[in-house]
Design a protein around this ligand. Structure first.
Ligand code: MLT
Length: 401
């Protein structure tokens, strides 16, 4: 992923009558930053030269904090999806020097010719942005009427492992595992409504998420996978197992639970749905971040996860909360999972799905192994990536042999 930075000073004429950096000015600031980046790379005239004009098809901006005349903003960008005719750029504006996140934005561009027909993204632009770790591909796959972003590593090298993230996150929580589980075909989608996948207004349920996963596997030509789900990803894995257990080669359940929401839990979902509708992703960040990690976690990790939550579209967050509220109890499924090698993992200090839940699941699933990751909360793959990847590798090697 290519990343770079441009500085912008807030001028009085960027501001509204109250002296705040005006919401409309962000479009100009982000646009100027993009041109600066192009000037540093293939040149500002690259689109003129190649006859492919990048038309903005969709813009989503989250305004998070005010800025004032004289503030220095650091505008960062990364291309999070590079397709054949389209690309998606994510930009963030932070105030220097205190690093406050002021706004995040995502722009989807489609390259068009002079007649307005979509044409390929110019190779020079593609090359400039395609500075990705070798072997990584992120593609947009059309499944059940939505475009889902799916990252893959090591295709063809070994058994496929499908990573399913939790709420309100995206596939980036698996970064360390994807980078280090060499010898396995790692597949990590952004679920519908999360990360850079499309976020339809309606149509969220554990069934739909599971159908999306099967659609991804079908489109990649994969019949069986090791299924690895974290928290909400585990709820989806249970639904997948109910319907397609013959496609599950092995199972990793990480910091999840088999039980449905209690009456109190459902009420809490309702409260968060209302706050997310009113305030946007910041409500989800405020609800989840304080409970995700141990007290020892580094501020950089919190910031990284916060940034990914702040990118989540409201429709996707509300959809996921509704789907979790409606999910069935999966406890009765566990004793039926005979013959599926299973690893149940939990951060030893997880306060959302405490290790006692992992212990009960491991007791109920025939032959399941249990692994607690010390000094980790709800996201051991992020907070203790080395220990988590090592435990997963040992389990996956057992499946391969
Ligand atoms: C998750 O990490 O996916 C959530 O904590 C799940 C939940 O809220 O039940």
């Amino acid at each position: 992923m290519h990343s770079s930075e441009v500085e912008h000073i807030v001028y009085p004429d960027d501001c509204d009558a109250f002296g705040h950096l005006n919401q409309a000015a962000f479009l100009r600031i982000f646009e100027r930053a993009r041109w600066d980046i192009m000037a540093r790379g293939p040149g500002m005239d690259v689109f003129e030269r190649t006859g492919a004009w990048p038309a903005v098809r969709k813009t989503v901006i989250d305004y998070l904090a005010p800025a004032f005349p004289g503030d220095r903003l650091r505008v960062q960008h990364s291309v999070v999806h590079l397709g054949f005719t389209s690309f998606t750029m994510r930009q963030t504006a932070r105030r220097a020097p205190d690093d406050t996140l002021i706004a995040t934005a995502e722009f989807v561009f489609v390259c068009i010719d002079r007649q307005g027909r979509p044409i390929p993204v110019p190779a020079e632009v593609g090359e400039f942005f395609q500075a990705r770790p070798s072997g990584e591909t992120v593609e947009s796959i059309a499944v059940n009427g939505v475009q889902l972003s799916v990252e893959q590593r090591g295709a063809g090298t070994g058994p496929p492992v499908l990573f399913v993230h939790g709420f309100p996150l995206d596939r980036t929580i698996w970064e360390h595992q994807l980078d280090n589980l060499t010898g396995f075909h790692c597949i990590a989608p952004d679920l519908r409504g999360m990360g850079s996948s499309e976020a339809p207004d309606l149509g969220y349920s554990m069934s739909t998420y599971a159908e999306d996963l099967v659609g991804i596997l079908d489109s990649l030509g994969l019949s069986r996978v090791v299924l690895c789900g974290l928290s909400m990803g585990g709820y989806i894995a249970f639904e997948f197992l109910r319907r397609w257990r013959e496609r599950v080669l092995g199972l990793i359940l990480m910091d999840t639970r088999a039980e449905a929401d209690s009456a109190e839990g459902k009420k809490a979902r309702e409260g968060l749905i209302a706050r997310v509708r009113e305030q946007g992703p910041i409500a989800a960040a405020e609800a989840m971040l304080p409970r995700f990690f141990t007290a020892q976690v580094s501020p950089e990790i919190i910031e990284r996860v916060r940034t990914s939550i702040m990118r989540a579209p409201v429709a996707g967050l509300v959809g996921a909360l509704t789907a979790m509220r409606e999910r069935p109890d999966s406890t009765a499924l566990l004793p039926t999972l005979t013959g599926i090698p299973t690893l149940v993992m939990a951060g030893a200090e997880d306060m959302i799905t405490p290790p006692s839940l992992a212990q009960s699941m491991a007791t109920l699933i025939p032959g399941a192994r249990l692994m607690e990751i010390p000094a980790a909360g709800h996201l051991p793959c992020v907070e203790q990536p080395v220990a988590t990847t090592r435990a997963m590798l040992k389990f996956l090697q057992g499946i391969r042999s």
